[in-house]
Design a protein around this ligand. Structure first.
Ligand code: UDX
Length: 436
């Protein structure tokens, strides 16, 4: 077993730290956010992630998992995972690498010869090669090991990933880095999880390419939804029909309000910016269209709301079901649901937002909206209901019982998860994106 450090204990790092401890490693989690450290030290997850509180509880009982703000604590570890965020820069499309640079700087003085620093953050291609010089000057080596976890399924994705990707340098240094990573991931490799060993740029690009492909798949089906809207087709049937072809596949072909969150939007934008820097902008210029299609869905949703309310939502009590960018998450970064809620409020609607987990985060992002924890209360008296994040409790709403709560039975299904026939039979005006 190895002693590892995890620098940055947000969505990625906290799950990685707890997961590594559950594999039997001794783990030191480091962060600058004292509040987050206090929560994690008490075996509480600072954000909503199914399975994480249980994993934290189990691993903390073993004493193998500790958290600190003192970077010198990493001296006890030999493998150091960089798990900090790389958000979009405020001044453009590029990724902000400040946190990655700061994380590496903070551990450099505490590295020992033979240590391995492992980048897991999503970074623009070329970042690892730049950092490797610095790390080598401390006698350590650098690997890039991108993370593919989805929020809501982060524990499962970390302990049973589809694949492990190692970006390592050539020669003996690379062989040694691979050996060290193999030791850390021995339990996963024993489950025959595929491992792909590559150079730094390929490993960095694997992550960016994967997220770009997923975003493209979603925007492709949403572009078809736009066509269905004008031609009178049903995008859900179209998705089922093309998805049966296993070269295409049905996953990630759910048309609706599109993608958001802390990864897909900023990763495709950072890719566009990085490719431009490299003089290869043409290769990914299609991603600008992917982004544009995605953002157009939000405008279309607002148009639909105006349309069903006879041209204006001014003064209409609107209930928005969902604030998180997707179900099973409390993350509201670039949330399509919250963007639509805010857009409707700008049009004069009296918007109430409800969400099982994301209200606190949503309130910080959009303090001007009204929030209601209780679903029934949120629905009572509504003149228009929008289902914008497909939490199970919203998918399974009963149209008859819900109809008795609202003032006017009008519903917009932003995620194409309700049965239109059932809702219409219960007296509702039902509209959706990409459906007649
Ligand atoms: C994504 C990648 O899936 C993951 O591999 C990577 O490590 C981080 O980015 P995540 O951001 O957690 O993970 O969310 P994901 O499940 O991919 O969903 C992204 C967005 O796409 C959500 O807003 C979701 O609602 C939307 N989506 C997804 C669709 O609109 N349609 C679909 O068919 C699938």
């Amino acid at each position: 077993m190895t002693t590892v450090s995890v620098i940055g204990v947000g969505y990625l790092g906290a799950v990685h730290a707890a997961s590594m401890a559950s594999l039997g490693h001794t783990v030191i989690g480091v962060d600058v956010d004292e509040a987050k450290l206090a929560e994690l030290s008490a075996a509480r997850a600072p954000f909503f992630e199914p399975g994480l509180p249980e994993l934290l509880g189990q691993t903390q009982d073993t004493g193998r998992l500790t958290f600190t703000s003192d970077a010198s604590a990493v001296a006890a570890a030999s493998v150091h995972f960089i798990c900090v965020g790389t958000p979009q820069r405020a001044d453009g499309l590029h990724a902000d690498l400040t946190y990655v640079a700061a994380a590496v700087d903070s551990i450099l003085p505490h590295l020992s010869p033979g240590d391995l620093v492992v980048g897991k953050s999503t970074v623009p291609v070329g970042t690892a090669a730049g950092l490797a010089e610095q790390v080598r000057a401390s006698g350590a080596e650098l690997a890039w090991n991108p993370e593919f976890l989805r929020e809501g399924k982060a524990v499962q994705d970390t302990l049973s990933p589809d694949r492990l990707v190692y970006g390592v340098p050539g020669g003996d240094a690379g062989a040694r880095a691979q050996e060290q990573l193999d030791e850390v991931y021995a339990a996963l490799l024993a489950k025959d999880i595929p491992r792909i060993v590559a150079d730094y740029p390929t490993a960095e690009l694997v992550k960016t390419a994967a997220n770009s492909f997923l975003a493209t798949k979603i925007s492709f089906i949403n572009a078809m939804a736009e066509l269905c809207e004008t031609a009178g087709g049903d995008v859900t049937v179209l998705a089922d029909a093309i998805g049966i072809d296993d070269r295409i596949g049905r996953k990630f072909l759910n048309a609706g309000l599109g993608f958001g969150g802390g990864c897909l939007p900023k990763d495709i934008r950072a890719f566009i910016a990085r490719a431009d820097d490299l003089g290869a902008g043409d290769a990914v210029s299609f991603l600008k269209e992917i982004d544009a299609i995605n953002l157009r869905r939000r405008d279309r949703m607002i148009e639909l709301a105006l349309d069903v309310c006879g041209g204006s939502v001014d003064g209409v009590p609107v209930t928005v079901l969902g604030a998180a960018f997707k179900p099973d998450s409390d993350d509201t970064r670039d949330s399509p649901a919250l963007a639509v809620a805010a857009g409707l409020a700008e049009h004069g609607a009296r918007v109430t937002v409800t969400d099982p987990e994301a209200i606190a985060n949503a309130r910080r992002r959009e303090p001007g909206l009204d929030y209601e924890h209780d679903l029934e209360t949120a629905l009572t008296g509504a003149g228009l209901v929008l289902l914008l994040t497909e939490w199970t409790q919203y998918r399974s709403l009963d149209p008859v019982a819900t109809g008795a709560l609202v003032d006017t039975p009008r519903i917009l299904d932003g995620r194409n998860v309700l049965d239109p026939a059932q809702w219409r039979a219960a007296g509702w005006t039902y509209r959706a994106l990409g459906r007649p």
